[in-house]
Design a protein around this ligand. Structure first.
Ligand SMILES: CC(C)(COP(=O)(O)OP(=O)(O)OC[C@H]1O[C@@H](n2cnc3c(N)ncnc32)[C@H](O)[C@@H]1OP(=O)(O)O)[C@@H](O)C(=O)NCCC(=O)NCCS
Length: 190
């Protein structure tokens, strides 16, 4: 599926150097989105600590930027050494950019990354009453089958192929150019 991004938007992977941008994005989430993302009300301090820890080993984050500001993010991480081939995914998009297809594109990127890392099951860190997230996941029924009772999705064709690896490299190549632009813009602004 190919969706256009909202005007002025771009997506690239996030790295540990982006931790501050991620923290500021999480702090901008409105109370409802914050609750949906973290399965309950969480404090500002929780988000500050969380953003620092989010870039741990093996985490893959994609960010949605509008004019250099991080407005959305998707996290993918292994479920843990005891549960190989299972991952956890979570999404956060600031309210003005919700329902514009950004979640769909971030889920596509996350699925591709999950597939290329051999994940067979993806746990979605989302409440079972999160209808929008469920609608979003249903659009990817062909690639992901969901049991919303337990909110676990199975990644179809979990094996990477040369083409799926190439798709990720191409997506990153585009993202890398944009990332360099962002870094330069920030250096000039500072
Ligand atoms: C849930 C979330 C990730 C979805 O991302 P999004 O960018 O808003 O979703 P999209 O625009 O890609 O829409 C995906 C699908 O959701 C459904 N949808 C979109 N807006 C909706 C709305 N207001 N009400 C109900 N369903 C809606 C549609 O089926 C849509 O597909 P379509 O446009 O092809 O019909 C985003 O809204 C978000 O970050 N919410 C707050 C945090 C959260 O709930 N995170 C998920 C738990 S980890």
């Amino acid at each position: 599926m190919n969706h256009p991004l909202p005007y002025g938007g771009s997506i690239r992977k996030l790295w540990v150097a982006d931790a501050e941008l991620y923290r500021d994005h999480l702090l901008r989430l409105d109370p409802q989105s914050r609750r949906s993302r973290f399965a309950g009300a969480v404090s500002d301090q929780f988000l500050i600590d969380y953003a620092d820890l989010a870039f741990g080993i093996d985490a893959i984050l994609h960010g949605f930027f509008v004019h250099g500001t991080l407005r959305g993010a998707a996290e993918l991480r292994p479920a843990g050494p005891a549960i190989p081939r299972e991952g956890e995914a979570a999404f956060s998009i600031e309210k003005p950019w919700q329902s514009h297809g950004v979640g769909s594109i971030l889920l596509e990127r996350t699925l591709l990354a999950a597939r290329n890392r051999g994940f067979k099951f993806l746990h979605m860190a989302c409440l079972v009453d999160n209808k929008r997230m469920q609608q979003l996941a249903r659009k990817y029924d062909a690639e992901l089958s969901f049991d919303f009772g337990t909110v676990v999705g199975e990644v179809a064709a979990a094996r990477p192929t040369p083409l799926s690896l190439l798709r990720e490299i191409i997506a990153d190549g585009h993202g890398f150019a944009t990332a360099m632009f962002d870094v330069q813009a920030r250096m000039l602004a500072g």
